[in-house]
Design a protein around this ligand. Structure first.
Ligand code: NAD
Length: 290
């Protein structure tokens, strides 16, 4: 895989920056873009990616670029020989998406279409897409599997992911050259062991782990626990989490799979909930099933 170039959208964000570490350490070159909608900018420079360079001792080629700027995306694809893409860039706040549906549909759907067009025009057909467990909506059975029906989505953000998945399915049927894996994440948490990068959003935090971190940092007064009558040992809610570095290495595994198996067309994988060492299980399943 050494020498292959990966285009990482949303590379300055939480999952994107951790994934860049794993990609560089696996020998890939990284070209990353971000518009800093939810990541820290220092005069056009991505703070998290500077730290990624420090961790790995390797350079990241970075462009401040909005995926809605179709011409600029095309230009970057023309400037580099991109072998494959990991598409993280999206707006992702469930509550906000209900208030600003058009902004979410525009950013997530049009941004993805612009990206896919740039890929197609430069004969790049290998894509790992950041999907979400949101595509399932309220589960019909647990634990959820890849075969669980999707589409019964309860919020706008989740619907953008569902619509993109459907679009990717159609695309892969239209031309067998497309080789796409959608990864439906459940609750990534944690940080790189160096402590140099972590979850550092610029929008108001909503997810439980960054919220707890804000309280620990004295930025918020307290954590409120909602619900006390769930069927759990103490009645409060229980969720499964996946460590960010496991998720990052799962992306590298998915990318390697795309490059060694050219007729995948469209595959979906999840990290299995309610297990320990989830992504290890996930990667194993992934390699077995494909
Ligand atoms: P994040 O907000 O930290 O990272 C996303 C990055 O994309 C941000 O840096 C943002 O500035 C950038 N971005 C957004 N719109 C853009 C655009 N139009 N052009 C260029 N850059 C743009 O979020 P994250 O937690 O790293 O999530 C990454 C992906 O994983 C997202 O697609 C998200 O929907 C998905 N996901 C995240 C979680 C989670 O809990 N973190 C769970 C499931 C799925």
């Amino acid at each position: 895989m050494a020498g292959k170039t990966v285009f990482v959208t949303g590379g300055a964000g939480y999952i994107g920056s951790h994934c860049c570490v794993e990609l560089l350490e696996a020998g890939y070159n990284v070209v990353a873009v971000d518009n800093f909608a939810n990541s820290v900018e220092d005069d056009g420079v991505a703070t998290a990616l500077k730290r990624v360079e420090k961790i790995t001792g390797k350079p990241v080629t970075f462009y401040k670029c909005d995926l809605l700027d179709r011409e600029r995306v095309m230009k970057i694809f023309d400037q580099h020989k991109i072998d494959c893409v990991i598409h993280f860039a999206a707006l992702k706040a469930v509550g906000e998406s209900m208030q600003l549906p058009l902004q979410y549909y525009k950013n997530n759907l049009i941004g993805t279409i612009n990206l896919l067009e740039a890929m197609k025009s430069t004969n790049c057909f290998d894509l790992v897409f950041s999907s979400s467990c949101c595509v399932y909506g309220d589960p019909e059975f647990l634990p959820i599997t890849e075969e669980h029906p999707t589409g019964n989505v309860t919020n706008v953000y989740g619907r953008t992911k569902y619509f993109i998945e459907e679009m990717l399915k159609d695309l892969s049927k239209s031309d067998p050259k497309w080789n796409i894996i959608s990864l439906r994440y459940f609750n990534p948490v944690g940080a790189h062991p160096s402590g140099l990068i972590g979850e550092d959003p610029t929008k108001e935090v909503q997810n439980v782990m960054p919220f707890i971190a804000s309280v620990a940092l004295g930025k918020k007064p307290h954590v409120t626990i909602f619900g006390n009558d769930y069927n759990t040992p103490d009645g409060t809610g229980v969720r499964d989490y996946i460590h960010i570095m496991d998720l990052a290495s799962g992306h590298v595994a998915a990318l390697k799979k795309l490059q060694t198996t050219k007729d995948l067309q469209y595959k979906v994988r999840i990290n299995v909930p309610n297990t320990i060492g989830q992504l290890t299980v996930f990667v194993f399943q992934f390699l077995l099933k494909c």
